[in-house]
Every structure is written in structure tokens, then in C-alpha cells.
Design a protein around this ligand. Structure first.
Ligand SMILES: Nc1ncnc2c1ncn2[C@@H]1O[C@H](COP(=O)(O)OP(=O)(O)OP(=O)(O)O)[C@@H](O)[C@H]1O
Ligand SMILES: [Mg+2]
Length: 481
């Protein structure tokens, strides 16, 4: 190890990376600091583990180099704490003892390298350069991934209807602000897509987009998931966790199904929105958050508020700007445009050569009421593409998926009731089974008699039905007879 002279320490950093050195041996610490400064890095030297970790918390470092034996804490603890606080920052461990055990332990705890003192300057520089290179590659990957995602998501909202144009215009207007936005609309209308578009069109696009489904996580867990917790805050909290609010720092937290947030957490979230202060579970102090909040609900949040299920103060905080995503059945030509898009997407994915949608199919898609909105349309098209065996997708390809439209002039009678496809068929059968024969029902629905028989059997719809009386036999049997 060459000794540095004091003049070389005046070298200005030419690289935009900083390294933290923790070593109780001043001569070694200063020497390492000096080697790094000559190499053009910004280097900071501290002589205790506690000081080092404090500096790490307060400043941004790209690499930490720590001695194994420190006067206050072990270098291995430094490795664990740094990894816990920022897993992207590499740590190199230095030691005077060539003990295999501590080397393995250091690597197990997440150190990227292990240097035995005394070391040659070249070896040391090589280890530093390798660790920082890895970090640069990781960073570039993350930026690349984010920019790809950005291109991907901003083109992802498809549609030309007035309703969707209004949504797109609002997205552009709110993206440039820091306002909380409440996105409402029926299930499957594209609320999460809207939230992503706001994030990726905003100045926060390079930051993280963190979605959380408030309805999918039980209340007790949701609290620590959102706000984070300290080590030992509750039974089972063996390590500290940052929480999703912190994870969204510099980016956006998307609170999906916000109506499901328990009342006690509504109070806690309100405090965060009002004061920007977050207190993790078990902690005695709060930190200031820099996360933007977007929320979505497929329930009418105002109605929930009037029923006492949702706090009015939180509602008004979240609803600074409101975006209402219209249901698919009100989007006119969008149904056809989206269907074409999904046909292309899925036939490409499944290496099928489906080029177009037949006119009869388009007419039918336009008539159907789409209770599951865009998600349902995508599912229907995906299944049709799987089953199709010609270049043009027709109603026949939907035979087993949706009622056939050409024969179903009676279908609109059910159209104002939001139902799944199976429920739709059941309602249809219930409504017309007393006035139509089984053959007629099957023909109107555009499904085989056997498929109808299986469904009616499953739903217990044979009994007591006038039209189907004397017509209960398995169609394959009667057909065979
Ligand atoms: N305008 C659109 N263009 C293209 N794809 C869309 C559009 N709207 C929705 N989708 C697709 O439909 C599916 C459902 O969208 P999304 O998850 O955003 O709906 P949601 O309103 O959040 O649903 P839920 O209320 O069930 O959470 C996704 O696969 C999404 O990519
Ligand atoms: Mg959603």
C-alpha cells in the first residue's frame, strides 16, 4: 500500500461517485481516502461504525468500504445495515485477518468483495472499480427499464371516444401537478392504466410507481406495509421495513381500492396527506415524505362517505382532482378499436394469423353491455383467438364464450343489468325457457344443445320449466336416438 502525500489530497473529484470509508486505523483510512481521491472519486473517511452509519444515512454514497474490526460495532453489522437501508449500495469489507469464516460471513451478509490488509493499490483499485461498475450497470438498467415502461404505458391507453379523450386530456393536465387524484370507474375500465399514465407523464417518471391494493391486504398487515415498521415493532417484525410510502419516494404511490382502507388507517393516511409526515409502526419519530398519492375506487366513494364507511376529510383530500373513467358500453367506436388491438396483440403472441374481425362480430361486440369492461373484452378476444382457425374472427368463434348476436334480437332486454357472461346466459335461459324450446334457446344463444344442457343441469334450471318439460334428456342421447 503506497502512502499518500498531502498535496494529492487536493485533487478535485472528476467522477460523480462518492465512497464512504470506515476504519479505526487512521493511517489506513486516510490512505484509502487518498487513493480514491486521486482516482477521481469523492471520498469520506470516518473512524467508527456509528459515525459511518450516520454519514451513510445523511448523504448519498455509491460504495461503502469498511474494516471488519471496529471499536464500536462489527464491520459485518455495517454490511447488514447498509444493505438494509439501501440494497443497491455495494459494500467491500477490509480485514487484517485472512479468516475464511469472516469472508464467507461478509459475503453472506451481502458484501460484494473482501480485501485482506495489507493490499496492493492495484488490487484495491480493481475491487473498487468492479463494485462501482456493477452499481452503474444496475442503475443504467433501472433507467432503461423505466424509460421503456414510460414509452409503453403512455401509448397504452387506446380509444378515440369523447369519454376517453376527456380522460386523456385530464391526465396531461394533472400529470404536471403534484395534486392528489382520485380515479373512479367500474371494474376493468382502466383505472390503473390511468394512474400509470399520470405517473409516467409526470416529472416523477424516473421515480418508482408503487401500486398497492388496499382490498387485498388484511388491515393489520396493511398498516405496516404502507407506513413501515421498526425492528421488533410487533411479534414477527424481525427486521425493520421501510413501507410502501417510503418506497414511492420520488415517485407515486397508487392506492387501489381505497374504499377498502379500514377507518383507523384512513385517519393515519389523512395525517400523511395533510402534514407529509410518516411515522412507521413502533417508531418514536416521523420522517417527511416526498411521495405523490393517487387513489382509485370502483365503488362510489361519495356514497361510501355518506354511509359513514369513508371519512369525508380523507375523501376531500384525495379528491383534489377527480377522473371518472367511463364504462366501455358508453365508449362507442372504442369497442371495435380495442377489439382490433387485442386481436392483433393476442394473435401475435400465439403466432396465429388472424387479420380482422368479421362485421357480424363487431355488431355483436357493440351490442353487448360489457359488465367487466375492457378487461372482459380482452378476455373474450383472447379466448376467441385461441379457438379461432381462420384469418377472420367471426361470431362463430365466440360460440362457447358469448351468446350469438345474430339470432339474439331479444338480448337487449337484459342489457341494463351488469352481469358476467355466465350470469347473462343464466338470466337469458330463466327468462325465455318457458316460452321457447330447448332447441330454440340453444339457437338463440348460439351455443350447442349439449352446452345448454350442461349449464341448465348445473344451475338446476330443468325442473318445473314448461318449455323444457319432456325435453330433459342429455341431447347427445336424444340426438343419438
Ligand atoms: N383504454 C385501454 N386501452 C388498452 N387497454 C386497456 C384500456 N383500458 C383498460 N385496458 C386493459 O384492461 C385491463 C384492465 O385495466 P385496469 O387494471 O387498469 O382496470 P381497473 O379499472 O384498474 O380494474 P379494477 O377495478 O378491476 O381494478 C388491463 O389489462 C388493461 O391493460
Ligand atoms: Mg385496478
Amino acid at each position: 500500500m503506497t502512502i499518500c502525500n498531502s498535496e494529492s489530497k487536493d485533487t478535485k473529484p472528476v467522477r460523480n461517485e462518492s465512497v464512504l470509508i470506515i476504519d479505526d486505523d487512521h493511517s489506513i483510512g486516510q490512505c484509502v481516502e487518498c487513493i480514491l481521491q486521486i482516482a477521481g472519486y469523492k471520498a469520506v473517511f470516518t473512524s467508527t461504525g456509528k459515525d459511518g452509519l450516520e454519514r451513510f444515512r445523511d448523504d448519498d454514497f455509491d460504495l461503502v468500504i469498511t474494516d471488519l474490526k471496529l471499536p464500536d460495532i462489527s464491520g459485518l453489522d455495517v454490511v447488514s445495515t447498509v444493505r438494509q437501508q439501501d440494497p443497491n449500495v455495494p459494500v467491500i469489507l477490509m480485514t487484517s485477518f485472512s479468516s475464511m469464516e469472516s469472508a464467507i460471513e461478509a459475503l453472506r451478509k451481502g458484501a460484494v468483495d473482501y480485501i485482506i490488509k495489507p493490499f496492493r493499490n492495484d488490487d484495491f483499485a480493481f475491487a473498487v472499480e468492479r463494485a462501482l461498475n456493477e452499481r452503474r450497470i444496475k442503475r443504467e438498467n433501472a433507467v432503461l427499464k423505466r424509460s421503456l415502461k414510460k414509452v409503453f404505458t403512455s401509448n397504452k391507453i387506446i380509444g378515440e371516444s369523447e369519454g376517453i379523450k376527456r380522460v386523456l386530456a385530464l391526465i396531461q393536465r394533472v400529470a404536471s401537478t403534484e395534486a392528489n387524484v382520485l380515479i373512479q370507474g367500474e371494474s376493468g375500465t382502466g383505472k390503473e392504466l390511468v394512474a400509470q399514465a399520470i405517473h409516467y407523464s409526470s416529472a416523477r417518471a424516473e421515480g418508482p410507481f408503487v401500486p398497492v391494493n388496499c382490498g387485498a391486504i388484511p388491515g393489520e398487515l396493511l398498516e405496516s406495509e404502507l407506513f413501515g415498521h421498526t425492528k421488533g415493532a410487533f411479534t414477527g417484525a424481525v427486521t425493520a421495513a421501510e413501507g410502501l410510502i417510503r418506497e414511492g419516494s420520488g415517485g407515486t404511490l397508487f392506492l387501489d381500492e381505497i374504499s377498502e382502507l379500514p377507518l383507523n388507517l384512513q385517519v393515519k393516511l389523512l395525517r400523511v396527506l395533510q402534514e407529509r409526515q410518516v411515522r412507521p409502526l413502533g417508531s418514536t419519530s416521523s420522517y417527511v415524505t416526498d411521495t405523490r398519492f393517487l387513489a382509485a375506487s370502483n365503488r362510489d366513494l361519495k356514497a361510501e362517505m355518506e354511509k359513514g364507511n369513508f371519512r369525508p376529510d380523507l375523501f376531500y383530500r384525495l379528491n383534489v382532482i377527480s377522473i371518472q373513467v367511463p364504462p366501455l358500453r358508453e365508449r362507442g367506436r372504442d369497442i371495435e378499436i380495442l377489439a382490433q388491438h387485442f386481436v392483433q396483440q393476442h394473435s401475435r403472441r400465439m403466432a396465429k394469423k388472424i387479420k380482422a374481425l368479421g362485421r357480424d362480430l363487431i355488431d355483436f361486440l357493440n351490442k353487448y353491455h360489457w359488465p367487466g369492461n375492457v378487461r372482459e373484452l380482452e378476455n373474450v378476444i383472447e379466448r376467441a383467438v385461441i379457438l379461432a382457425d381462420s384469418a377472420v374472427l367471426t361470431c362463430g368463434d365466440l360460440t362457447e364464450i358469448l351468446p350469438a348476436p345474430s339470432k339474439a334480437s331479444v338480448l337487449p332486454a337484459l342489457a341494463n343489468k351488469p352481469l358476467s357472461i355466465e350470469e347473462y346466459i343464466m338470466e337469458f335461459v330463466k327468462r325465455y325457457q318457458d316460452t321457447h324450446s330447448e332447441t330454440e334457446l340453444a339457437a338463440m344463444l348460439g351455443i350447442g344443445r349439449k352446452a345448454l344442457w350442461v349449464r341448465r343441469n348445473r344451475w338446476g334450471l330443468h325442473r318445473g320449466s314448461a318449455a323444457s318439460r319432456g325435453n330433459h334428456a342429455n341431447p347427445s342421447e336424444t340426438e343419438a336416438a
